[in-house]
Design a protein around this ligand. Structure first.
Ligand code: HAS
Length: 543
């Protein structure tokens, strides 16, 4: 069980995450309606403001807040109850992040920060927006520190034993997050805030984008790894099986740790000013970071098959029939896994240097990340919240609530299939991302996109219905569901699985490799950018 006091901290984070789901989802609905050409926003809203609300709330707030809540619960469940000091540190993080969120939201709502979730220069926001986002990050560092402290305490108390898998994974994710966010912290503190306050007149845009993407691709793995925690540790228990291999899971996470950051240049293939050699090197590294996902796919298939065979399944795919299809704790993450197959394949297309020329800045990319973060990750988070909230507040996921959760998952699958397929196809036909409806002066090519944009609006509307069901369920499970006990499922490792090699638990070793790979991949590109900057050696000029 997760201790009640730790549960309160986890719940606080999770509730903020779901307020973001509702508001961000509403902004998403407006988005697809505008792009269909059949709807105009009221005059007090502009397209980029709504798109910023959507991206910031779903891409940054839902994810960061849910992850901090889930990981707090996961560490408390598997390493033991937090000490008072650790819990207080966790709460300090929560309040800092929440104050930051309110500050950033105020700027977006007053149209002083319509700069999208990537907030690239030369789009400029009010400095309070950047400061607010910085506080969200610092808050998550602090709560992450509390989790790491509890984990370290466990290690001291259990010398020589292999660490609890879920806690280990949460700590790896916090470490990844900390190292990755250093890039965006430098961008925000030394470039964007001084520029936005008028202390410097110009900033080097290429440097700011490179610092952003140093962080930006690791960000997607910070989102993905908690979903993988559920896939590796929770799902085997829910289906009545065991974890295929703890060593494989720990190795996959350590590979993410060393490979998630030094791949950011694959978002900048089209940008001049970066030597193609380094773009190529980071392309190769990107292909390496695909490997731990392939290992995860292998491990999940193995878990399903092992359980299926235990239940008497025959043939290559017999296990499929033996899975608990009516259990939302399984179904929602499973839909997420299925979506991740085309989502991941699309990522490989994006990463393939030359093919990227075709899809870059088209709505194909939006289709890609709606399969990855907005389905594989989001559906896993939703399916988790539906049992985690009652576990934390002493209620039950009732049969009816479970059925409603399954309905939401199926609606999500239908809506997303329609919307994301239309996005992928329109992207291949050249439709740009991040643009409001336009007929581009009667262009024939643009005319081809319109039917796909209408299809996206249909898919997006179905997704919005799913969001209403999800919001209703969260309110019910949080405050009205009958009192009772709900399990926090944590699977055991399969008998006969090999012991975890000590090297896999050695954070120092992997930390050093991580820093070495980052230094290798980024030093020369950054020196080049700074040396060639027209703005001088620090990337901006004081006038
Ligand atoms: Fe990506 C752009 C490359 C994964 C998110 N990505 C984005 C953006 C976002 C995003 C948000 O190289 C847009 C950023 C922006 O605003 O500009 N991405 C990749 C690659 C991967 C990848 C190589 N992306 C993700 C994940 C994300 C995410 C994960 C969020 C969570 N992405 C790119 C590139 C761009 C990009 C370029 C820039 C494009 C541009 O030009 O701007 C890989 O990590 C993917 C590996 C995944 C797999 C799939 C493994 C499958 C599994 C499921 C198993 C299923 C089971 C069920 C067991 C190889 C684990 C079986 C059941 C049955 C019934 C079959």
């Amino acid at each position: 069980f997760v201790d009640k006091k730790d549960g309160k901290l986890a719940l606080a984070y999770i509730y903020v995450a779901f307020i973001a789901v509702f508001l961000g989802g509403t902004a998403g609905l407006l988005q697809v309606l505008v792009r269909s050409g059949k709807f105009e926003l009221p005059s007090f809203l502009n397209y980029y403001q709504v798109l910023t609300v959507h991206g910031v709330l779903l891409g940054l707030v839902l994810t960061t807040f849910f992850i901090m809540g889930f990981q707090t619960a996961a560490v408390s469940r598997t390493s033991g109850t937090f000490t008072n000091k650790q819990r207080t540190i966790g709460w300090v993080g929560f309040w800092l992040a929440t104050i930051g969120l309110v500050a950033a939201a105020a700027m977006v709502l007053t149209n002083q920060a319509s700069v999208l979730y990537t907030f690239y220069a030369p789009l400029k926001a009010h400095w309070v927006f950047y400061l607010g986002l910085a506080l969200v990050v610092v808050g998550s560092w602090i709560t992450g520190l509390a989790q790491a402290m509890r984990f370290v305490q466990w290690r001291k108390e259990h010398k020589g034993q292999s660490t609890p898998l879920l806690s280990f994974m949460a700590v790896v994710n916090n470490l990844l997050w900390f190292i990755a966010t250093l890039g965006v912290a430098i961008e925000v503190l030394f470039q964007l805030i001084p520029w936005s306050m008028g202390l410097v007149e110009r900033v080097d845009v290429l440097l700011s984008r490179t610092l952003f993407w140093y962080f930006g691709h690791a960000l997607v793995y910070f989102w993905l790894l908690p979903a993988y925690m559920v896939w590796y540790v929770v799902i085997p228990k829910v289906i009545g099986g065991k974890i295929f291999s703890e060593s494989l899971a720990k190795l996959a996470f350590m590979l993410f740790l060393i490979l998630s950051v030094p791949v950011g240049l694959h978002h900048q293939f089209t940008e001049p000013g970066i030597d193609p050699l380094w773009k190529f090197i980071q392309t190769v590294l990107t292909f390496f970071v695909v490997v731990p996902s392939l290992m995860t796919a292998f491990s999940m298939f193995a878990t399903f098959e092992m359980r299926g065979r235990e239940l008497g399944a025959k043939g290559v795919f017999g296990w499929f029939k033996k899975l608990p299809w009516s259990d939302s704790r399984f179904l929602l993450p499973f839909i997420g896994m299925v979506a991740f197959i085309p989502g991941g394949a699309g990522g490989i297309v994006n990463a393939s240097y030359q093919m990227n020329e075709l899809v870059h800045n088209t709505i194909w990319v939006t289709g890609h990340f709606h399969l990855t973060v907005a389905t594989a990750v989001a559906l896993t988070f939703f399916g988790t919240a539906f049992w985690l909230i009652p576990h934390l507040n002493g209620r039950k996921l009732t049969k009816r609530a479970n059925s409603m959760a399954n309905c939401a998952g199926i609606l999500w699958a239908i809506g997303m299939t329609i919307m994301s397929s239309a996005m992928h196809i329109a992207g291949l036909l050249g439709a740009p991302r991040r643009s409001a409806y336009s007929e581009y002066g009667g262009s024939e090519q643009a005319a081809e996109w319109i039917s796909y944009q209408i299809t996206q609006a249909i898919g997006g509307s179905i997704l919005f219905i799913a969001i209403l069901v999800i919001t209703g369920l969260i309110i019910y499970l949080g405050f009205f569901a009958p009192k009772g006990e709900e399990e926090f499922p944590v699977a055991e490792v399969a008998p006969g699985a090999e012991k975890v090699p000590a090297a896999l638990e050695n954070f120092k070793l992997w930390g050093i490799i991580m820093i070495a790979v980052i230094i290798f991949a980024y030093t020369i590109p950054i020196i080049d950018i700074i040396q060639n900057s027209p703005l001088g050696s620090i990337g901006y000029k004081l006038w």
